[in-house]
Write a protein that binds this ligand. Structure first.
Ligand code: UDP
Length: 430
């Protein structure tokens, strides 16, 4: 059995990490994989609205699969701003846009459009006479489509949920989920041939809350582009961004209640009260008019730290390494993160992370080694950890070096190799 299978059967991070270090092992060749990413087009710009880590994951995983010689077709719903039905994003990877409900429909209204989308995928496959070995679905809406597509073709179905309703609802961010979501997730959890969890925390929750069989859950982390996200000369990048000498705290991500930006504002207020000379940047989110951005801005005004916090708005993924490198600390204050790509990207740039101890973040951030984890949403505790880092160049450097080293295990080619080895094992078993 290859290293990959050990990682899956044992389902421990230790073995998954070993497999990542080994880069997996090649065996049978695969004809073609179908990704169902109904809700997250890999062409959408991440960091605003609903586009974020899932869009990046689908894009980067498929590209790495394509580079390794496995062609991937990604089926997604048509959306504004894309003219072509079929768009190539890498030599072996194409995105196929099919009708899937009105452009402006929110997640809650999309469920009724899934049967039509499934028919469209089937028709496209038949018309092009495509043979798939595997269906890999991303998010609960896609799992409904993928389960039926795979069953019809008699091939294995792999699901990555990215987030799960029952876990999110426990996170206290007060989000309301569509009625059908929990049931659809449960159906996929019980029927899929393999479920990919990003962390042991997620795998345990799958078993506890949904009754998933842990032996069918594979642990595989998200990845990072190590050439793009790499340590750079801090003075140089700061000059490019027009920054001067103050210490810089960075937030990167979508701006929505689950991301817990209130804690960021409170941390800034705490640090200001202690006389620290810091600056904060919030990268991501829309401009004025986006409800959560407006709410966080108002809170910053109330706490008199609006002059410390710059709301930069969305930044292109390719430009983000500049921001991570300019920062002294990256703060991840989320109520819940199934993985936390931002933390991994920051670590890959050698910038320590201070994060809430939630979801998948503890598998990435090793407390006291690559950054700090905080169990309570307490501004004093966050401020303390940030202050510790920014007041000692030696500490900042040693955390940053360890962070980069840890991130180096999680390149996209390594992650793709783990997952494609599993595709092969499932195809052979079937
Ligand atoms: N991102 C980006 N530009 C921005 C803000 C965020 O490209 O202005 C990207 C970020 O680099 C990361 C993703 O959006 O890859 C967010 O992923 P994460 O897992 O942190 O959060 P999610 O969106 O999945 O909740």
């Amino acid at each position: 059995l290859h290293a990959m299978a050990r990682a899956i059967q044992g389902a421990s991070w230790r073995s998954a990490e070993e497999s990542l270090q080994n880069g997996g092992e090649a065996s049978l060749s695969l004809e073609r994989a179908a990704f169902i990413s109904f809700h997250a087009c890999p062409l959408a710009a991440p960091g605003q609205g609903k586009s974020g880590g899932m869009n990046v994951y689908v894009r980067e995983l498929s590209r790495a699969m394509g580079d390794s010689g496995i062609p991937v077709d990604i089926f997604t719903r048509e959306h504004e701003g894309v003219q072509e039905k079929v768009a190539w994003i890498a030599p072996n990877v194409r995105v196929i846009h099919l009708p899937g409900g009105p452009n402006e429909a929110g997640v809650a209204e999309l469920f009724v459009h899934l049967p039509r989308f499934l028919e469209e995928v089937q028709a496209f496959r038949e018309q092009e006479r495509l043979e798939y070995d595997i269906v890999h679905s991303h998010y609960w809406l896609s799992s409904w489509v993928g389960q039926r597509l795979a069953k019809g073709l008699g091939i294995p179905h792999v699901v990555t949920f990215h987030t799960l309703a029952l876990i999110k609802m426990q996170s206290r961010a007060g989000e309301v989920e569509p009625d059908e979501r929990g049931e659809v997730e449960r159906e996929a959890m019980l029927n899929a041939d393999r479920i990919i969890a990003f962390s042991g925390h997620e795998r345990d929750a799958m078993a506890r809350l949904y009754g998933a069989d842990p032996s069918r859950v594979m642990l595989a982390p998200c990845g990072v582009d190590l050439t793009k996200f790499r340590p750079m000369d801090q003075k140089e990048v700061r000059r490019k961004l027009g920054l001067n000498g103050e210490k810089l705290l960075l937030y990167v991500g979508r701006v929505e209640p689950l991301k817990g930006l209130d804690l960021l504002v409170e941390t800034a207020a705490q640090m200001e009260a202690e006389g620290e000379n810091v600056r904060m940047m919030v990268v991501g989110g829309g401009g004025p008019g986006e409800p959560e951005t407006d709410r966080v801005r108002r809170l910053a005004e109330e706490r008199h730290v609006d002059d410390l916090i710059e709301f930069v708005g969305r930044v292109d993924h390719d430009e983000l390494p500049l921001y991570y490198n300019a920062a002294d600390v990256c703060v991840v204050p989320s109520y819940y993160e199934s993985f936390g790509l931002v933390a991994l990207e920051s670590m890959a740039c050698g910038t320590p992370v201070v994060a809430t101890r939630v979801g998948g973040l503890p598998t990435l951030v090793h407390h006291g080694h690559t950054g700090y984890l905080k169990s309570w949403r307490c501004p004093e505790a966050f401020a303390n950890s940030v202050e510790m880092i920014i007041s000692s160049e030696r500490l900042q450097e040693s955390l940053g070096t360890a962070a980069r080293r840890r991130a180096e295990m999680m390149s996209w080619p390594n992650v793709a190799s783990m997952i494609s080895d599993e595709y092969r094992a499932l195809s052979t078993a079937g």
